[in-house]
Design a protein around this ligand. Structure first.
Ligand code: CDP
Length: 223
């Protein structure tokens, strides 16, 4: 008999490592809510920049995070963050200014703590929405947000290949600099957590990356 239990799939990795495309595909394949936590950090960054707050002004950051009114809207199979009832438009969260600032805000423990419960709450959002589980992508999902996730994957790829992928997507983003900041910060740095399944995507097609993750997920759901 097929399992009816709710599953959590955590996918971590550096910029342009293949997380987003493969998470979206798995979400379609297994009816999982897709949660891109990078988009949450980007939305909060866009909001802070809109209010003129800089990552160096800790008092202003603290006051702003305390007053954040966060909600979630499900669009298709994806969870989108609402701030004060508004979803920050995609063009804004992928802007040059946000690319340049997001890792600085994301390094602040105040910001990470404020988003911790919100991210864990996405499991309730997925249950309430009738999903089979959720697939959450980010930098610290398997290490901090859901260390007991049903599956924890860590994607990595050679930096040149990742830069080529981002350029093909039309990005103008300094991914090497963001990776440096994300890997060296004190709170929840980007790293492959113990026990996670590490996948080198440098020479793999999207279909091969997805299959590597889909095979154990299918087996689990069929058991
Ligand atoms: O799309 P890309 O992989 O380039 O980045 P993203 O997933 O949109 O994440 C943008 C930034 O948010 C990262 O560079 C991190 O600084 C931060 N982030 C984080 O600190 N923790 C997460 N769980 C997700 C993103």
């Amino acid at each position: 008999m097929a399992s009816t239990s709710f599953i959590i799939v955590a996918i971590d990795g550096g910029a342009a490592s293949g997380k987003s495309t493969s998470s979206r595909t798995l979400s379609e394949q297994f009816n999982l809510l897709h949660v891109d936590t990078g988009s949450f950090y980007r939305a909060v960054t866009a909001e802070f920049l809109r209010r003129g707050i800089s990552p160096g002004d800790l008092a202003a950051v603290q006051a702003a995070v305390a007053g954040l009114d966060l909600g979630t809207r499900i669009v298709g199979r994806s969870a989108q963050m609402e701030i004060g009832g508004r979803v920050v438009p995609e063009a804004e969260i992928r802007s040059r200014e946000v690319n340049d600032h997001v890792s600085h805000f994301a390094a602040l423990p105040e910001v990470r703590t404020a988003l911790l419960a919100y991210q864990r709450h996405q499991a309730e959002v997925a249950r309430a929405g009738g999903f089979r589980g959720l697939v959450m992508e980010g930098r610290d999902i398997g290490s901090v947000i859901f260390p007991n996730a049903t599956f924890r994957f860590f994607l990595h790829a050679d930096p040149q290949e990742r830069a080529r992928r981002r350029a093909r997507e039309g990005g103008n983003d300094s991914i090497a600099e963001r990776d440096r900041l994300d890997s060296s910060r004190k709170t929840a740095p980007l790293a492959c957590p113990d026990g996670a399944i590490s996948i080198d995507t440098t020479h793999l097609s999207l279909a091969e990356v997805v299959d590597t993750m889909a095979v154990p997920i299918s087996a689990r759901l069929a058991s």
